[in-house]
Design a protein around this ligand. Structure first.
Ligand SMILES: [Fe+2]
Length: 257
């Protein structure tokens, strides 16, 4: 396998925060409109179409059935499989009803070429913070062992590394130390992607590339101790996973008109 062997191409969208009503606003933006703008720009990108769309949680803001149906109705016509995981604002039961059939998948794993993508739920009922707990940590151990011959990308909603914002790091992944100790024991993990933080990050922890992805709606101001909005526009992340284990990725922001 060489760098040129593309195993999997991904468009990651995150924190769409849709509502039952199409015109509902959150933090100053109409979240349905900004999702449409992101997808319109994605479809004009030379990297489109991708193999899969990865939606890393907070799909709906108001835990409404209509919000999930709106998400599905927007993405389904694109003809690309959609893999999603819940965020703290989501209702995993509604997601399993509406986003786990046909070309829509909830959690689980995706294997293509020399890569596996492991989707990890960090949802904790009634909490803004995330957690894995013993059962999910064991599931991660099992999945990484089962894919020992594969390169692995782990996708989750909550951030497992500090972002340098006290308020945001207070609602991070609680058992991050246990999470990283498992990854440290499985050198086949190449990357971790998350949402939740409404900002872009791309850095290395040991040999694992950690990437956070902006929201398709409003962004948070990086490095701020208290909650504050950034004036950056909606965003998305493009990811290419190559046969040699390398990752090519870029965050694109929606051009203001
Ligand atoms: Fe979140």
């Amino acid at each position: 396998m060489t760098r040129k062997d593309l195993s999997l191409s991904i468009l990651q969208i995150s924190d769409t925060h849709l509502h039952a009503a199409a015109d509902s606003r959150m933090r100053g933006v109409t979240t349905y409109a900004t999702l449409l703008a992101v997808l319109e720009q994605a479809k004009r990108d030379p990297r489109w179409p991708v193999d899969v769309i990865l939606a890393t949680g907070d799909i709906v803001q108001d835990e409404s059935r209509a919000g999930y149906e709106r998400f599905r109705s927007v993405l389904e016509p694109l003809g690309v499989p959609v893999y999603s995981i819940p965020g703290n604002h989501d209702d995993p039961n509604l997601m399993s009803e509406i986003l786990a059939s046909g070309s829509f998948h909830l959690g689980g794993e995706l294997r293509q070429g020399s890569w596996s993508v492991v989707l990890l739920s960090t949802f904790l009922a009634g909490e803004d913070a995330g957690g894995l707990g013993p059962a999910r940590l064991q599931g991660l151990r099992n999945a990484l062992s089962a894919h020992a011959g594969q390169h692995v990308l782990v996708a989750m909603h909550h951030h497992p590394l500090p972002m340098g914002s006290a308020w945001l790091d207070g609602v991070a992944l609680r058992d991050a130390a246990a999470f990283w100790s498992i990854l440290d024991a499985h050198p086949n993990v190449r990357g971790v992607v998350c949402g939740h933080v409404h900002q872009a990050a791309d850095r290395m922890r040991n040999n694992v590339r950690f990437m956070s992805t902006p929201s398709t709606c409003a962004q948070f101001l990086p490095g701020n101790e208290f909650f504050a909005l950034d004036d950056r526009p909606p965003g998305m992340r493009w990811i290419k996973l190559f046969g040699d284990g390398s990752i090519e990725t870029e965050v694109r922001w929606v051009a203001r008109t």
